[in-house]
Design a protein around this ligand. Sequence first.
Ligand code: TXA
Ligand code: MG
Length: 337
Amino acid sequence: MSDTLHTERLTATPEGIRRAAELLKAGKLVAFGTETVYGLGAIASSDTAVAKIFAAKGRPRFNPLISHLPDAESAFAQASLSGRMEEIAHALAERFWPGPLTMVLPRSPNSTVSDLAAAGLSTLALRVPRGKTALALLREVGAPVAAPSANVSGTVSPSDAFHVLRSLDGRIDAVLDSGPCSIGVESTVLDLTREVPVLLRPGGVTLEELTALCGPIRHPDDFSEIAPASPGRLASHYAPSLPVRLDATSIAPDEAQLAFGTPLPGAGLTWNLSESGNLEEAAARLFAGLRFLDAEGTRRGLKTIAAQPIPRHGLGLAIRDRLRRAAEPRTHAATLT
Ligand code: TXA
Ligand code: MG
């Protein structure tokens, strides 16, 4: 991908959506907003189109992508469902789709998703996003759209079109701007192919909500245990360039503060996720805050981002997970997603 592309700026109008769909169908890369984060879309049936995602992101190929569909019916057509798993999948879809839930299901032999998008696995990650523009786009395309977060691998996920352009301008064909994302952290990834469902990635739908509907779910407190099943969970993800220190209860003079609730005294630079301690607000402000503290902290010669403790319930689980991965020591680039 050495050539620089002209990246079209499209607005969330019928015309913009039609153009975005046309580009996707022609095998081009289009970033689009969902309620979680911006996705970098390509038509999932085409290995060639999907390969462009990996190239633009600098993402390792073994990492499978989520396929996005406009409704449960078209999503389930890509999967082989039976028995109890089918019941649970339908109940989850009824309750959470469209919305920030990704289900990992057995891949149907008739699935149109390419091997590259599925990373050669016998399972498939499926999601029906919420958000009028995303749904209109998917309907217009009429086929699964593979879309990881629209950022360069290992960097902070984009929660508006401006963030997308900062890292991918000239590397993708278009961005469809539907404004800032309402949730701000990625979808919850739930694997339904095991005996007991496994939470592979905490996200926009909370564990409490899922458990209420499908009963027991395996969810190691320390998510590192299940890393191999969901490669996106590997260390050093969402990495700002400044190191991140978790559960800070005091601030050193050379630290920038990522606050939650009442800030700690002594920080020269603070981004408050939510002054009122609201987890929804905190999730929506998380990636923008990391990006801000990283850029401004670096400019001011600060050495670390110190994050105040985040509660372990509701969306707090997803926020803690993203912060923990931001705090991981940098590893070999091939482990980033
Ligand atoms: O909110 C989201 O989910 C966003 C928006 C754009 O939809 N997408 C997103 O995609 O976060 P990505 O590629 O950054 O994360 C996909 C996650 C990764 O952790 C990946 O390993 C996991 O889903 N995944 C995908 N297919 C899988 C499979 N067959 N089995 C297990 N995990 C899978
Ligand atoms: Mg990502």
